[in-house]
Write a protein of this length. Structure first.
Length: 338
């Protein structure tokens, strides 16, 4: 599972279309968006319960600050640099200098201190910026559409509570190849109740959606479209200050994580290690470890329901061409199309 930079950089020749293809979002386009104001603009009462729930979501499954901060990739867990939480970043080190994650701290001059709750809500779940323009898919608003109304309110309440940081960042300027490639705007027109949280599988599916797990653990074709026959089977390559790594197969196949039991899964996301092997920090275990055992077990319960997909990946081996995903990764030559 992984990050909304990411959440998440891919080789520059494909990155623009790829990010659109997997519906990830931060930064702005130069296109005008469609404004569809509500009859009664949203306003979220900042209760204690919402503050704590928002903290849990933002610092846990949604891992917002891994994208909206300058990250210390040298530290295990890839946390924001001191004093930079939520203050935005330019993705220079990722080879995408045109892509900018905005400052979402409550700073009124350089951040989101003047944004309304309605503007926050539409950015998170509809991909419409505070100034009415379409957002480029990098923060996964297509996934966050599934976020319940109460969880949305909680996220906004918590983000408003963090320390304001004065940090000027520019707006995103998209390459020409990306302009016009955005998914259509889909306004939220009905209440979003969320899943039955008493059902572990439904609870896990909801958390996997908020965590953007499929987006990172699904390879893409040359047009940047996800290969849904390989959903959750790994193969998406990330290159940046964290090094080079290919996402793992997390389906219950023998080539995936069939050998995991519930205890091993929870321990892996708590420690960032599978036995002696360390997980790369681009996989946001540094946020997922903040989740409760109940939620981590629910995620595992959901992953167990996925269709097993045979796709061998090993980041300790030299990358080779894979017939199945058409990419290059360790053990790629051990995969063969049927």
């Amino acid at each position: 599972m992984q990050r909304q930079r990411g959440k998440w950089a891919i080789e520059l020749s494909l990155v623009a279309l790829a990010l659109v293809g997997i519906f990830l979002s931060v930064g702005y386009t130069t296109r005008e968006g469609v404004t569809t104001p509500r009859v009664a603009p949203l306003k979220f009462n900042p209760t204690v319960a919402r503050l704590e729930r928002g903290r849990y979501l933002v610092e846990g499954p949604a891992h917002c600050f891994q994208c909206h901060s300058e990250v210390d990739w040298e530290r295990p867990g890839a946390q924001p640099k001191q004093g930079k939480k939520g203050a935005g970043t330019i993705f220079i080190e990722d080879g995408m200098e045109w892509l900018v994650a905005p400052n979402i701290t409550p700073d009124r001059e350089t951040g989101a201190g003047n944004w309304t709750d309605e503007q926050f809500a539409r950015a998170i779940r509809e991909g419409i910026g505070h100034d009415g323009r379409r957002l480029f898919p990098m923060m996964p608003y297509m996934n966050f559409r599934q976020m319940s109304d109460e969880d949305l309110a909680s996220v906004v309440v918590y983000i408003r509570s963090i320390n304001p940081v004065r940090n000027v960042v520019p707006k995103t300027v998209l390459p020409e190849m990306v302009k016009g490639s955005l998914p259509p705007h889909q306004p939220i027109t009905a209440p979003v109740a969320g899943p039955d949280m008493s059902n572990p599988v439904e609870r896990g599916k909801y958390l996997v959606t908020l965590g953007n797990c499929m987006s990172c653990h699904t390879p893409m074709n040359k047009q940047g479209q996800p290969l849904m026959q390989l959903a959750f089977a790994g193969g998406l390559r990330f290159k940046g200050p964290w090094g080079e790594v290919t996402s793992a197969n997390i389906t219950p196949d023998a080539s995936g994580i069939s050998y995991y039991d519930e205890a091993l899964f929870v321990k892996t996301l708590r420690t960032g290690q599978v036995g002696a092997r360390k997980l790369n920090s681009v996989m946001p275990w540094g946020y997922f470890r903040n989740m409760t055992d109940e939620d981590l077990k629910a995620i595992f319960a959901y992953l167990r329901t996925l269709t097993p997909v045979q796709h061998r990946i090993d980041n300790t081996e030299e990358p080779t061409v894979c017939e199945v995903c058409k990419g290059r990764h360790g053990y790629g030559d051990k995969n063969h199309s049927e």
